[in-house]
Unconditional design. Sequence first.
Length: 178
Amino acid sequence: MALPDFPLLFFEVSFFFLYQRYIERPTFAVYVSIPIVVALMLLSKYHGLLVIGFVVLSNFRLLTRPSFWLMGLGVAAMLIPHALWQINNDFPSFRYHFLERSTNPYWIDYTLEYLGGLPFIVGPLIGFILIYASAVTKSDNVLDRAMKHTLWGTYIFFLLMTFKGRVEGNWTIIVLVP
């Protein structure tokens, strides 16, 4: 794990905890806490955007809730300073990830290395079992479905990213929570 992975995992766990509360019986505290946790997750590492995206993909009904959009505005408001910093510094993070990091041509070893390392990211002894179990287990509720979408969506997203360049193993660390 890299240093930013620890806060990312903490805020991801916090997000899924709050998400479950939001689905089952939302309170004012949940409405206030989710934007804070999401903003901190995104500031920890941009991979938090994958978590949010896959949760929304797992439950399109979120888009019909006014509270979802209000929480999104809260997240956006908290990220304004970071957005201004990106603008004032010519978007260094985006330039690196979308332009500079991917300058090498495709090499099949990128994909093979990624696929070969997947089971070992979550643990060499249990990785194979967890991947198999997540493939055959049925999602019984909204939270399980969100976690399954996050796990498989992350794996597929970074598999596709191997066609642009090398993918670091710790980039998939968000699958540890699901």
